[in-house]
Design a protein around this ligand. Sequence first.
Ligand code: FES
Length: 129
Amino acid sequence: MALYSEKVMDHFRNPRNVGVIEDADGVGEVGNAKCGDIMKMYLKIEGDVITDAKFETFGCGSAIASSSMATELIKGKPVADAMRLTNQAVTEALDGLPSHKIHCSVLAEEAIHAALEDYHRKTKSEDCP
Ligand code: FES
């Protein structure tokens, strides 16, 4: 059996949503100290719905595939749904990852949550000048 699923290879070779959102409503950057990989997530949010998501990942193929799949999973979804996104959901959507690559999907979960926290911080401070 191949080490990586076809979906992982597809999202690694043709990652969706790579790039930067200049006027993002939330930006989150996380890293894994062990492998040194870094993931940055940009979210555009309108009326509590994630209208766009982009990422920059300096990391392994599984991290790129996880970022790509995670952005696809949250685009068009309410913020509350994205808050509940887990690395298991990302892994399942990719038809699995090898056990030593599960932490790559954790990075995607953490990056999205960090971007949402940034969004909440910004909107909170706008509400309470
Ligand atoms: Fe660390 Fe993939 S090896 S994110």
